[in-house]
Ligand binder design. Structure first.
Ligand code: B1M
Length: 225
């Protein structure tokens, strides 16, 4: 049952359908539940939020990525799917928060300079919030110096950096370097992630941790706490 509904969510992410009013890539799907309705239904049926995210949303976006690579999908198609994932995450956010929990710490998070991909960062943010952290999101395309200023002002325990492009991951290293030059590198634990990033890369730029996905990012923050 759980697999059936997460498969439907995955399919509707691929179709880029937010609600039942949307046509979908294959068209003619108006009236069938979209990602929003399916996520609500999955929650009502008691499907685990982690399964909705991993087997539905992330699995769907992964297929979208493959279709983009194969030139079956273009940028507007990707955006429709991204919108469906973002909308689903808004529905899921309150379910991730554990009631009555006190904040475990503050995390600044940003997608680095030159990079507009923010879906993964937003998922990581929501999961961290759901685990009891205060997350301050600096947005995307954030310059190293702006991150340095934010660390000085907010004094967070953690800094999360995301990059999705091989051409922008270099700015993660520059950000670590800028923090060193400002003399505040050791005041904050730095966690990095994003599709082109690896544990080895994280080590090479002097980050404290790496998360392959949102759940691993949370586990890494917990282990560094
Ligand atoms: Co772009 N894009 N994109 N894109 N895009 C990729 C990344 C690409 C792999 C597609 C491809 O060619 N196959 C490719 C990069 C190639 C490379 O660098 N090697 C690419 C390209 C080339 C581009 C443009 C240059 C295209 C163009 O204009 N010609 C352009 C660049 C714009 C820019 O940033 N300056 C561009 C634009 C876009 C859109 C705007 C259309 C859109 C982004 C919308 C948005 O984010 N608001 C977009 C999308 C959607 C994608 C794909 C299809 C999906 C990315 C995504 O959201 N994945 C992507 C192809 C793919 O991934 N297969 C692609 C789902 C998301 C949940 O996963 O972001 O990996 P991800 O996050 C995961 C983990 O990585 C991890 O946890 C997340 C949750 O599990 N994680 C962290 C992420 N951050 C973390 C931080 C952590 C820890 C874990 O700690 C802090």
């Amino acid at each position: 049952m759980s697999k059936e509904i997460t498969d439907l969510i995955k399919e509707n992410v691929i179709q880029g359908r937010v609600t039942a009013d949307d046509e979908g890539m294959d068209e003619g799907m108006v009236g069938q539940p979209g990602v929003n309705e399916l996520v609500e239904r999955a929650l009502a049926e008691g499907v685990r939020v982690a399964d909705i995210i991993n087997d539905g949303l992330t699995a769907g976006m992964s297929v979208v990525g493959n279709k983009f690579e194969a030139k079956e999908y273009y940028i507007p198609d990707m955006l429709a799917s991204a919108e469906a994932v973002g909308s689903a995450m808004e529905i899921l956010e309150p379910h991730l928060s554990r009631s009555g929990i006190t904040a475990k710490g503050t995390i600044l998070i940003a997608t680095v300079k030159g990079d507009l991909h923010d879906i993964g960062k937003n998922i990581v943010s929501i999961l961290l919030r759901g685990s009891g952290y205060i997350v301050k999101d600096l947005g995307n395309d954030v310059e190293p110096q702006a991150i340095v200023e934010a660390v000085k002002a907010e004094k967070p325990q953690f800094l999360g950096l995301s990059a999705l492009l091989t051409s922008t991951m270099v700015h993660m290293g520059e950000t670590v370097q800028a923090l060193k030059e400002s003399g505040i590198r050791d005041t904050v634990k730095i966690i990095v992630g994003g599709a082109p990033v690896s544990e080895e890369f994280a080590r090479s730029i002097g980050a404290d941790g790496y998360g392959a996905d949102g759940f691993q990012a949370v586990a890494m923050v917990e282990s560094l706490s």
